[in-house]
Design a protein around this ligand. Structure first.
Ligand code: AP5
Ligand code: MG
Length: 250
């Protein structure tokens, strides 16, 4: 899946996975190790939803109901972001594409950029009970967007961001009923998306039901990166959900 027009190759990594699979967690450290931007459409759309404009309200309503935001709006924010200079050397897409239609739109966008690109797609799979446990205990910083987890990755000081001291909050769409709707939509859309990328020969499946460190090591292998690259800066923490460890939930 490449377009040969110019010499420099742009590496485009796509991470697919259900809500709570760890897309943001893995993309953040991969982007930092590779020094390329981590582009989360969820993050870009939440910024848009925070505005008081009519479009901001529309986007907010879609997100808070757990629905997908219409493609036209998503493509606007995505193309604006990937068109910036810092994306010339490559970028990582987190949460885009989510449908086969979006995968085709991405392909058209990449081809029309007239750059040579290499597309690699990673799919993270995690059982539903683990996803629900992770999302019910996720905390985020409203200022810088850093994600924590009350049980698996707590902040250093109770309920405040390690980076800027802001009080941590739960994401509005992490309400249990909204999470179930997000999962339902994911399960409805993902089979066609996965078979599209499998047919293109660019897909690697990764077991996301392991420690952050183990998953990161698989990313290094799947992307043929230097094996000495340590994506996780901090040591792996033991994982607990209430009285059960994540190991026991698996
Ligand atoms: P988005 O923000 O992309 O949400 P999502 O896909 O539902 O995924 P999450 O961000 O909830 O989970 P994640 O996989 O990033 O997990 P994380 O690393 O945080 O999208 C939100 C909304 O925006 C959508 O519902 C939709 O409305 C809209 N939208 C976005 N993109 C769109 C598109 N393309 N088209 C249309 N609409 C779009 O980890 C979760 C928790 O688990 C954290 O607490 C973390 O610390 C913990 N954790 C992570 N990894 C591990 C591990 N290995 N072990 C234990 N705990 C872990
Ligand atoms: Mg995320």
């Amino acid at each position: 899946m490449s377009a040969s027009k110019q010499k420099a190759t742009t590496l485009v990594i796509v991470l697919i996975g259900p809500p709570g699979a760890g897309k943001g967690t893995q993309c953040e450290q991969l982007a930092s190790a590779l020094k390329i931007p981590h582009i989360s459409t969820g993050h870009l759309l939440r910024e848009c939803a925070g505005r008081s404009s009519g479009i901001g309200k529309q986007v907010r309503d879609f997100i808070n109901a757990g629905n997908l935001v219409p493609d036209s709006l998503v493509m606007n924010v995505l193309e604006e972001r990937t068109g910036r200079l810092d994306c010339n050397g490559g970028f990582i897409l987190d949460g885009f594409p989510r449908t086969k239609a979006q995968a085709k739109l991405l392909q058209m966008t990449l081809l029309s950029s007239r750059k040579e690109f290499e597309l690699r797609v990673l799919q993270l799979s995690v059982p539903k009970p683990i996803l629900l446990a992770r999302l019910s205990s996720r905390l985020v910083c409203p200022a810088c967007g850093t994600a924590y987890n009350a049980t698996t990755k707590p902040p250093l000081r109770n309920s405040v961001c390690d980076l800027d001291g802001q009080a941590l909050i739960s994401r509005a769409d992490d309400l249990a009923s909204t999470v179930l709707e997000r999962l339902r939509i994911y399960e409805e859309q993902v089979p066609a998306l996965i078979s599209y990328y499998r047919d293109c020969g660019v897909l690697t499946d990764i077991d996301g039901n392991r420690s952050v460190r183990e998953i990161a090591a698989d990313f290094v292998r799947a992307l043929n990166l230097n094996p000495s690259l340590d994506l996780e800066k901090s040591a792996a923490q033991p994982v607990h959900f209430g009285s059960q460890t994540e190991e026991e939930l698996r």
